[in-house]
Write a protein that binds this ligand. Structure first.
Ligand code: FPP
Ligand code: MG
Length: 403
């Protein structure tokens, strides 16, 4: 069921992508089931089915459009971060505690906790805990507290993510993150790299303590995917088709896998059957792809003040994300710039301008919308509860966030 939905999503996106410039209308493509093309051919291969942290009040950080209005509006009054406020506070307290308990080196503790300051969006633990509560409700037909192991998966998820950000900041030589100097600016790069390793090491110990082989496999897969995704990003492909497949696979591995597999892990722990585990995974995969597409879009349209990090950063790093890849259709001169990774003087500015003149941003938003709608559709099939509604609201938030 989940993968059929994904293909349909894909078909529409490709059709959207292929239609003549200037004639694209969202309304048409939301009605007609259409023919697979560049995305759908390899989509499943690319993205397999198998403090309150910036504690975004949704109203503050996202626009108001609703993506999935099949039920009463009351469901949109659910505020996932508020719903999970105490559980999320626990996650951050436990992370800091576990990083303190496993070292006697002050520097290592300080560096490794630098990003656990409650200023991140905490979307990953939030979604993991939300799915855990929604699944517990679905299975037991009543509100059941989180299992300790499920809260621990929320922690582990945030730890793996943060370890990867620390390594990423060293690789990207970034200047700022979340409105403060990035970790690599504050400390020596060798120490910073090891602090990332340390977080990953402590997360691995926490995984081992769960004593659940399936969960261990699922979470280990995430770490492998992150490395594969980051490595893929260092390379590029010659042709347009190959490039989009490469981008989607990279996006799945770098971003969506962590969300998909961590919510699969909490679902396994809830005692759910395989069908529910797959549903959970699919929800996370769609949400994760939507999240990254929006991130790639925001890199072109948001202010650096809102993002807490420089914008147009992807182009400056030589990366061609969805808005550029879509823009190539109208402005093939972008191809040569992509191949030289925007290294020539003026490339970044020119590519930025062409993306804005093309409909690459709209197409990226459209594809993100399809992914988020699919995530919401999957959440709809769970038993109605505040948490299930929270999963739907989260899909809306991911699509409409402004930072
Ligand atoms: C942010 O990318 C980075 C990631 C989502 C993952 C990076 C993965 C690695 C460095 C592999 C090593 C993994 C571990 C677990 C140690 P970005 O540069 O696109 O986003 P940004 O703008 O937030 O920096
Ligand atoms: Mg980076």
């Amino acid at each position: 069921m989940a993968s059929a939905g994904t293909s349909r999503l894909c078909f529409r996106a490709c059709q959207f992508r292929k239609c003549p410039v200037g004639k694209r209308k969202y309304s048409i493509y939301s009605e007609i089931p259409v023919i697979p093309s560049i995305f759908s051919r390899n989509y499943e291969k690319c993205c397999p089915s198998s403090s309150i942290p910036a504690m975004c009040t949704f109203s503050k950080n996202c626009s108001t459009s609703k993506i999935y209005q099949t039920g009463p509006m009351s469901k949109y009054e659910v505020q996932p971060y508020t719903l999970l406020e105490n559980d999320l506070k626990d996650v951050y307290t436990y992370i800091r505690k576990s990083l303190q308990q496993n070292t006697h080196i002050d520097d290592l503790y300080e560096i490794s906790t630098y990003y656990f300051d409650g200023k991140g969006k905490a979307i990953r633990p939030m979604v993991a805990l939300l799915m855990a509560k929604a699944m517990n409700y679905h299975i037991h037909k009543e509100d059941v507290p989180l299992l300790t192991s499920q809260t621990e998966v929320g922690m582990i998820t945030e730890m793996i993510h943060t370890a990867s950000l620390i390594h990423d900041d060293v690789i990207d030589q970034s200047d700022s993150r979340r409105g403060k100097p990035s970790v690599n600016v504050m400390w020596n790069q060798k120490k910073v790299t090891m602090a990332g390793d340390y977080i990953l090491a402590v997360a691995s110990m926490l995984i081992a303590r769960l004593r659940n082989n399936d969960v261990t496999l699922v979470l280990s897969q995430v770490v492998n995917d992150l490395v594969q995704g980051e490595f893929m990003q260092l390379g590029s492909k010659e042709t347009e088709n190959e490039r989009f497949d490469h981008y989607l696979t990279k996006t799945y591995k770098k971003t969506a896998s962590l969300i998909a597999n961590s919510i699969k892990a909490v679902t396994i722990l809830s005692g759910a059957n395989e069908e529910l585990c797959n549903l959970s995974f699919s929800y996370g995969k769609n949400l994760g792809l939507g999240f990254q597409l929006v991130d790639d879009l925001l890199d072109f349209v948001a202010s650096s003040a809102a993002m807490g990090k420089p914008t147009a950063a992807d182009l400056k790093l030589g990366l061609a994300t969805a808005p550029v890849l879509f823009a190539c259709e109208k402005y093939p001169e972008l191809n040569v710039m992509i191949m030289r990774r925007f290294q020539e003087p003026g490339d970044v500015e020119k590519a930025f301008e062409l993306v804005h003149k093309s409909d690459g941003l709209e197409q990226t938003k459209y594809l993100a919308e399809k992914n988020c709608q699919e995530a919401a559709r999957l959440a709809e099939s769970l038993m109605e509860s505040p948490y299930q509604k929270g999963l739907i609201v989260t899909a809306d938030y991911v699509l409409n966030r402004l930072k």
